[in-house]
Design a protein around this ligand. Structure first.
Ligand code: BGC
Length: 556
């Protein structure tokens, strides 16, 4: 209804100033939480949907303000997706001098000069070794995935994947046709997980997942065929730290990314899913339990033999890579015919040598997992917006960034999200009107041009730090692999498969990451390192791993 109103207004003359009802924060949030969006992969993606919905809904806003002028954005300067809005702007462009010292200190504390990046890369490599030596040897858990062989292309048959990542879960089916036909057909469905389930019980969550899977499986037909007498097999992507006990079982160590579900930590998550499937009367079998990084690596490797590392940068973050069995001292009795296995680093828990600020420390202290997932809290999508909000709040309170009073909404934790930062950073208009409207719509802030510029500087500082540190982490992994087998990485083409909404939708972040990799490695070495986006690889990857670990595999 509101969106329709907006379209009508758009047809009207550009300078007409209209008041419409702006949906409350709760209304727009609930739309996101219950809505479906087929292209989203995790919370960040979903947050992007939220953003687009908000753009549509909040199309025409008149800001009541004591300020002098009002303006309307000329059609030519508007981005295609930009809503028409008319808002008042403070007449003065001055920003209180109190802001400058806060900004200077903040930038100083976030700085990531080359020596710091090198130190982070070295520390990552050292922590990886310590985590491989003994369980609990470092912040990095270095979890064995039990994925010892990667897809070959020979996989055939019908397989399912179930992907529980951030606030969404996805179900997918794929019909594989071997080397000649490869992926014959895929279908998927995606459902947002209601917020209350993120804080509920294990049974509630797994019942919700199993019922989504059951509904999806019912609609199977067309190009998808299951040979008679076989069970449907699933690759289960579970994107939280799990101590794998075999390829198809693993114990949840802890929840991350804001999940706080009771009754799952310490339990086998496949058993939890099996019990829920039983309750649904669903007769399917989990053949592979994988982390999303492992699914991404497998999915990317299906098309490209040079893929050695996979990184997720979305709501949360993590990386996995192909490791030699003889480089894993903590391995006991596990034999891999290929001599290699995929190790899930769980690098989100890394914490060594990071340039942290008082805002990071405060955010961590207020989180549900203080002292944990520090790298994740510094570089991933769930947290970048919140760090910026905390900086802006201090600037507003102590430096009068937005005038005399502190905008009330700015005090709400997580009100500013990483997709908002990205949208603001894509604003190329002279007046920074996108920045202005986002600050107004999201945080209830009225801003002048100088304040908007400062907001952008804060965003850029935090995004630059995040992207560059992520780049340093990648170099740390490559370095470790090269040190163990000279020529394995830098002597030839090596692909790092990337996925996640933050990497996909934040161009500045991606650029900072890639530039940092080049800066640390130097031109010569970095020439062979290809950092490549693998869109939604983890779903296909998990189904491929279900295929290669199928109990019927010898029938191929
Ligand atoms: C989890 C990882 C996951 C990553 C990306 C982190 O919070 O601990 O297991 O791979 O998020 O989804």
């Amino acid at each position: 209804m509101i969106a329709r109103n907006w379209r009508r207004h758009l047809v009207l003359a550009c300078s007409i100033k209209v008041n419409i009802n702006v949906p409350s924060q709760a209304e727009t949030l609930s739309k996101t939480k219950t809505g479906k969006h087929r292209t989203c992969t995790d919370l960040l993606d979903c947050a992007y949907c939220h953003h687009h919905q908000q753009e549509e809904a909040m199309s025409t806003v008149t800001a009541a303000s004591p300020a002098a002028g009002s303006f309307c954005i000329p059609r030519s300067r508007r981005r295609i997706n930009m809503p028409r809005f008319t808002m008042t702007v403070r007449s003065s462009n001055a920003v209180s001098v109190g802001v400058a010292p806060i900004l200077t200190k903040f930038k100083h504390d976030c700085a990531t000069p080359l020596p710091l990046l090198r130190h982070v890369a070295d520390a990552m490599a050292t922590d990886m070794r310590a985590g491989l030596a003994v369980d609990g040897g470092s912040d990095l858990k270095m979890i064995l995935s039990y994925v010892d062989t990667l897809p070959t292309g020979n996989e055939r048959g019908l397989f399912y994947a179930l992907d529980l990542g951030g606030t969404n879960f996805r179900v997918l089916r794929v019909q594989l046709g071997g080397k000649e036909e490869r992926v014959i057909a895929t279908e998927f469905d995606q459902v947002s997980i209601p917020q209350e389930l993120m804080f509920g019980t294990s049974e509630e969550l797994f019942d919700f997942i199993a019922s989504g899977l059951a509904k999806f499986a019912e609609k199977e037909g067309g190009k998808f065929h299951l040979p008679p007498g076989r069970k449907r097999e699933i690759g289960f992507t579970f994107s939280f730290p799990v101590r794998q006990t075999s390829i198809d079982s693993g114990i949840l160590i802890k929840w991350t990314k804001g999940f706080a579900i009771s009754g799952t930590a310490g339990r086998d998550v496949v058993a939890c899913l099996n019990e829920a499937m039983d309750r649904q009367g669903l007769d399917m079998r989990v053949s592979a339990l994988v982390n999303d990084t492992v699914g991404t690596l497998a999915g990317a490797r299906y098309w490209d033999d040079d893929v050695m590392v996979a990184v997720i940068l979305g709501t949360g973050t993590n990386a996995c890579y192909v490791e030699r069995m003889d480089a894993i001292p903590k391995l006991q009795g596990h034999v891999s015919p290929s001599g290699r296995t995929i190790v899930n680093t769980e690098w989100g828990a890394f914490s060594n040598g990071l340039p942290l600020t008082v805002f990071d420390r405060d955010m961590d202290a207020a989180s549900i997992n203080p002292g944990e997932q520090i790298f994740e809290k510094t570089i991933s999508g769930m947290y970048l917006g919140e760090i910026v909000r905390r900086v802006l709040l201090k600037m507003a309170a102590e430096g009068s960034l937005f005038g005399e009073s502190v905008p009330e909404k700015l005090s709400t934790p997580f009100v500013l999200r990483t997709p908002d930062l990205s949208a603001m950073q894509q604003d190329t208009s002279d007046d920074l009107n996108v920045v202005g409207s986002i600050l107004y719509n999201i945080a209830g802030v009225e801003s002048n041009l100088s304040a908007r510029k400062i907001v952008l500087e804060v965003c850029d500082t935090i995004v630059m730090r995040g992207g560059r540190l992520a780049g340093a982490g990648i170099v740390g992994i490559l370095q470790k692999m090269e040190e163990d087998s000279t020529g394995l990485i830098f002597g030839k083409r090596t692909v790092v498969a990337m996925d996640g909404g933050l990497y996909e939708h934040y161009p500045q972040y991606k650029r900072y990451l890639k530039d940092a990799v080049k800066e640390i490695l130097g031109l010569e070495k970095s020439k062979n390192v290809v950092i490549e986006h693998t869109k939604d690889g983890s779903g296909i990857g998990a189904s491929l791993l279900a295929a290669s670990n199928s109990k019927y595999e010898h029938d191929f």
